[in-house]
Design a binder for this molecule. Structure first.
Ligand code: NAG
Ligand code: NAG
Length: 227
């Protein structure tokens, strides 16, 4: 299987990591104070969402074509800086086509099902060992999900592509194409959680990871100013 030897590129997994970062506008309340929704106007929330859409789009563009949005669609990046530290993913031809199609879909703002499409792809190769890491694709998705849950600190909202039955759809399946709880309700993350994850620090006031200089926009900046 061609895919097996070509799955070694960690940028593809970074892409998977970042895909689920895009926030929803409706934020659920959780009991722990650090999981409460942020106070913000709709406009600020939209700005936050769009900024993360841009980050995700950068990953698709770079992964598929080896260049950033500053080259492909400068209008979208406005005056934002070009991405650094990214590289073209080493994808086999079918995956390359799928990622390109998803990219086009995203730019046309019809991203529904994208997460499911990626998870389906990963599920097909769940048992493949990812060189040079020596763990399977399923284990990889599990570790990424655990890391996101750990950084966000608001419970189990991310799951790998294979999960124990009690977390699978309606308690009945071990495959986990749609990331959701047992009642198949999609998990939701607050901006604070999304920043903790994308900074890789578990702290919305401490930039790093995907955004080493911190996020732009009213919401992200409010956390930096309060630090
Ligand atoms: C799933 O199983 C757990 C216990 O194993 C139970 O509490 C829960 O109600 C079940 N959920 C559904 C949707 O069947
Ligand atoms: C988060 O980072 C800020 C800025 O570095 C720091 O002041 C704050 O103590 C950190 N919070 C936690 C819980 O570590």
């Amino acid at each position: 299987m061609q895919t097996q030897k070509k799955m070694g590129n960690s940028s593809f997994f970074a892409l998977v990591l970042v895909i689920s970062l895009v926030p929803a506008n409706h934020v659920l309340c959780a009991p722990a104070p650090s999981c409460e929704p942020v106070e913000a106007t709709d406009e600020d929330r939209l700005q936050f969402t769009l900024n993360f859409e841009l980050l995700v789009a950068e990953f698709f563009v770079y992964g598929a074509f080896g260049v950033g949005l500053d080259v492909v669609a400068p209008g979208y990046a406005m005056v934002g800086p070009p991405p650094i530290g990214t590289q073209k993913a080493n994808l086999d031809p079918p995956t390359q086509r799928i990622i390109e199609n998803l990219l086009v879909a995203r730019l046309l703002a019809t991203e529904y099902g994208q997460d499911a499409a990626i998870r389906t792809l990963l599920y097909k190769i769940a048992d493949f060992i990812v060189p040079p890491y020596g763990i399977t694709v399923a284990e990889f998705t599990d570790k990424i999900s655990n890391l996101r849950n750990q950084l966000a600190m608001c419970g189990n909202k991310d799951e790998g592509i294979i999960v124990p039955k009690q977390l699978g759809a309606e308690n009945r399946t071990e495959s986990n194409i749609l990331s959701a709880d047992a009642n198949s309700i999609s998990y939701d993350r607050t901006p604070r959680e999304i920043l903790r994850i994308s900074y890789g620090t578990g702290n919305a006031s401490m930039p790093g990871g995907f955004l080493p200089q911190g996020g732009n926009g009213v919401i992200a900046k409010s956390f930096l100013e309060n630090a």
